[in-house]
Each structure stands twice: as structure tokens, then as C-alpha cells.
Design a protein around this ligand. Sequence first.
Ligand code: DAH
Length: 339
Amino acid sequence: MIAKIKQLLEEVEAIKANTANELETLRIKYLSKKGVINDLMNEFRNVPSDQKREVGIMLNQLKTALQEKINKLREDLENNDNDVVDLDLTRTSYPVRLGTRHPLTIVKNEIIDIFGRLGFTIAEGPEIEDDWHVFSALNFAEDHPARDMQDTFFIESHPDILLRTHTSSVQTRVMGYSKPPIRIICPGRVFRNEAISYRAHCFFHQVEALYIDKNVSFTDLKQALLLFAKEMFGAETKIRLRPSYFPFTEPSAEMDISCNICGGKGCPFCKHTGWVEILGCGMVDPNVLESNGIDSKEYSGYALGMGVERIANLKYQVKDLRMFSENDTRFLKEFEAAH
Ligand code: DAH
């Protein structure tokens, strides 16, 4: 038996395991109930008592050596995990998750598409503007309340420079560098000095449209508006124009559409009137044409402007305006299917 134990001690030195499975096989072979050590323990009972002490010590040595060796092999395997991973190069890769379009971008693109089909092309202007393009060239009186610090963000050191309060400023930019016919749509961000709440923000988005040509009439405006409303909100949508006032249009109107949430029957969203306001519009005031170098006897035009958040709210019923600028991906992902 002593010879057998000596031989096993040498064997232990040499054992190796390349995988967890091989290691487990070794453990079963040496240390399990039916393993080598247990067999030796059984044999030990028959060892003559004068040899028991010597054999017992050797047997314990062997057992400890085996346990230590197997633990050491296990540690080595765990540390080398990276080298031995089951790497399946034929498995299909994880799908790349693409970002989703922002709901305001979806709505803006839809507006651009509809007007694009009517022949409007995109024009852009700066967000940091001067008084002329935002107010003066658009026929705002010197003392108009919009020029008040309360409503408009001015650049402190330069009171002529401000953050545009509406995209109507792009009208004056385009009239400044091109001649009629002009047929443009201007999407963009605008800024107003408002306290931030669920229904107001200090920045939001607008889309402005301007059409100037010979013989443009209110009828053309009305047709364009009706087509836009039906394309945007569905063929059954009705429109209604209410007289209004804007410095840059005469006559001016505000357009309501039949509430697309209740279908015009009346609901909390339309305050039970069946109608919701969605944009301002009118015939370009001759003063504006003249201020921008266009002969108002030869040309006429219409203009309209709408808030993108408002349209998005009607389409998607977002209760809190702040959601649009917080970039919470749980909110943004809800629009995955919309584009
Ligand atoms: N600029 C207006 C606003 O910010 C919206 C608007 C009204 C634009 C009438 C227009 C218009 O072009 O004709 O409230």
C-alpha cells in the first residue's frame, strides 16, 4: 500500500486540466465517494496495526495534496477564463439598437412634407437675431409689448440683438435676399421669456410659411390651410377661421380645426367647444412687403405660423410640454413606430 500511495503522490504532481469538465472528471476520480482516496481509506482498515501510523500519515498527505492540486487547477481555470471561453463565431450578432426620431422632428417633417407637395421649399435663419428682422421689418410698433424685456430675451450688452421670438423673422431674411415669387417654409426654434411649466417653456418650435407672388389671394391661403389640416389630421377634419390681429398680416386670422381627439363632439382637450386653435395666418401686410423692398402694388402674399409642440400634442396627447426637451429615452422610445 505504501508503494501505491507513493506512486499516487507522483501522479498528483503531473495532473492537468484544460477545461472545467476535465477538472470535474479528476475530482470524481480521486476525491468522490467511489474515488481513489475513499478506496484507500477502506483498504486502510486492513493495514496491520504496526504500520497504521506510517500509512495513515502518507494517506493524509496524499489527500491534502490532491485537494490542493484540484483547488489550484480550479483557480487557474477561473483566472484564464478569457482564454478558454466558448467563443461561437457563427452565432448571429446582437442587433444594433438604432435611436428613434424625436416626436417634434417627426411632426416637423410631416409639416414640411405636406407643404413640400404644395411647392414650398425650406428656408432657415439665425436663432440669434436683430430687432429689424424680428420686429421692425414685420411692422411691429415701437411700443409693441413683444419688444418688452418681459417677453423677449435680449443680449444684455447689445439691446438690438435678441433671441428670435418667432420664425416670422425668416420671412424678412428671405425677402432681404430674394425676389418674388417666394414660396418658403421655415422650421425652427424660438425663445420667449416664460416661466417653465407643463404648459409653457422658454423655448419651443415653430414652422412659418410664406407665399408671395402676383395675385395671391385669401382664397389661396384658405385652400392651403384646408389641405394642410386634412393631410395632417385626417380627411374628415374641418377648419374654421376667426378674425385676429398680427402686426405683419392684414387681414389676420387664427385657424381652428375640429378637435381630432373627440371628433368635434366636445372633450376636456377642446374645452368642450369641439374646436382647437392651431395657427395664426393672414395676408402679408403691404407695409411688410414695402419695408422689405417688394412692390405691394405688384405683389401680394399670405403667411402662416404654427407651433410644432401644439401640433404634436394634438397628435400624441403629451400632457407635459417639458417631456419634449428632457430627452428621457423611455418617452422618446414610444415614438419608435411613428416614423
Ligand atoms: N409669429 C406668430 C407667433 O409667433 C405666428 C404667426 C401668425 C405667423 C400669423 C404668421 C402669421 O406668419 O401670418 O405667434
